[in-house]
Design a protein around this ligand. Structure first.
Ligand SMILES: C[S@@+](CC[C@H](N)C(=O)[O-])C[C@H]1O[C@@H](n2cnc3c(N)ncnc32)[C@H](O)[C@@H]1O
Length: 290
């Protein structure tokens, strides 16, 4: 359950019924997006034809952190319709993708078939991973649009850690909490909390892949977490942080608010420097001391 921080420091729990309602609304939203993404020529994130022709969709950041995945058991959380999962498989991993959207999982299985690639796809809430996934993986990966959908951060981290073998590594690359506070860059408007985990209800239009997507506004519930809360949750789950990166440039701006530089990269100018857009966390499950 997400904690709401009240002014006197007392914590109020998000009501279980509200959390379940938020989860159901989010699932309905992602069911729609799983059917829409990769089907429209204006889609900027998912080029299914290039992928089928052998194109690699993974970015250097997560590939570098995950290391050589050939012959490794890799769990991809929040796998959406499976393109990245299948690219981990292309790199030689025995890949398993998890998503809570049944439509995403159905499409991922179809895509695997069309691509002639092998991967297992499991429909599950990442906050309640099935026991069958426990202790099976060398690498757990989740990227670009992950923790803001999660009401129970400790359950998510606990599940990711439990899925690892001793010595295995969690690789998490996501939008930086500072960047998430910002609604518009010019004029500068910040309207989201920096952390705290309190549910933020909204009606979403458009998508990161397509600013003017012809989709109806849909209810969503998202949760803001600070860098401190994310790292603390990883530590509480028994993970040892190897590296925490804060990245000030990115190839794509799924929020469609940042200026693009002459080099094609997006940055978030701030004074005479830049604020972070992404963070990357690499953390290992230590082997038990005998
Ligand atoms: C922004 S997308 C992630 C995109 C991903 N990086 C990719 O490979 O395309 C977020 C994904 O998280 C999934 N998701 C959201 N909440 C979830 C939950 N509680 N459990 C599992 N998946 C969830 C959505 O269905 C969606 O596919």
């Amino acid at each position: 359950m997400a904690a709401e921080h009240t002014p006197d420091g007392m914590e109020a729990r998000e009501d279980r019924a509200d959390a379940e309602e938020g989860l159901a609304a989010n699932r309905a939203l992602w069911d729609d997006l799983a059917e829409f993404h990769g089907t429209d020529p204006a889609d900027r994130s998912y080029d299914v034809e290039s992928f089928l022709a052998g194109g690699q969709t993974l970015r250097g950041l997560e590939r570098e952190l995950a290391g050589d995945v050939a012959d490794r058991d890799l769990l991809h959380l929040h796998c959406h319709f499976g393109m990245d999962t299948l690219n981990w498989a292309r790199l030689g991993a025995r890949a398993t993708g998890v998503d809570f959207s049944p439509k995403a999982i159905r499409r991922a299985r179809e895509l695997a078939e069309r691509a002639g690639l092998e991967a297992e796809f499991v429909e599950a809430d990442a906050q309640r991973l099935p026991d069958a996934l426990a202790g099976r993986f060398d690498v757990v990966v989740a990227t670009y649009g992950v923790l803001s959908w999660i009401g129970d951060l400790d359950a998510w981290m606990g599940g990711a850690a439990a899925a690892l073998r001793p010595g295995g590594r969690l690789v998490l690359v996501d939008l930086h909490p500072v960047f998430q506070t910002v609604l518009t860059f010019d004029p500068f408007v910040a309207d989201w909390p920096y952390g705290g985990g309190a549910p933020q209800h909204d009606a979403m239009t458009g998508t990161y892949a397509h600013a003017d997507a012809p989709t109806e506004p849909k209810k969503s519930t998202q949760y803001p977490y600070s860098v401190g809360e994310i790292v603390t949750a990883a530590a509480a789950a028994g993970l040892v942080v190897e590296r925490l990166g804060e990245h000030t440039e990115t190839e794509t701006d799924g929020r469609h608010i940042l200026p693009q530089g002459p080099d094609g990269l997006y940055r978030f100018p701030f004074s005479d420097t830049y604020l972070p857009i992404l963070y990357s966390l690499s953390a290992v499950l230590p082997a038990p001391v005998i």
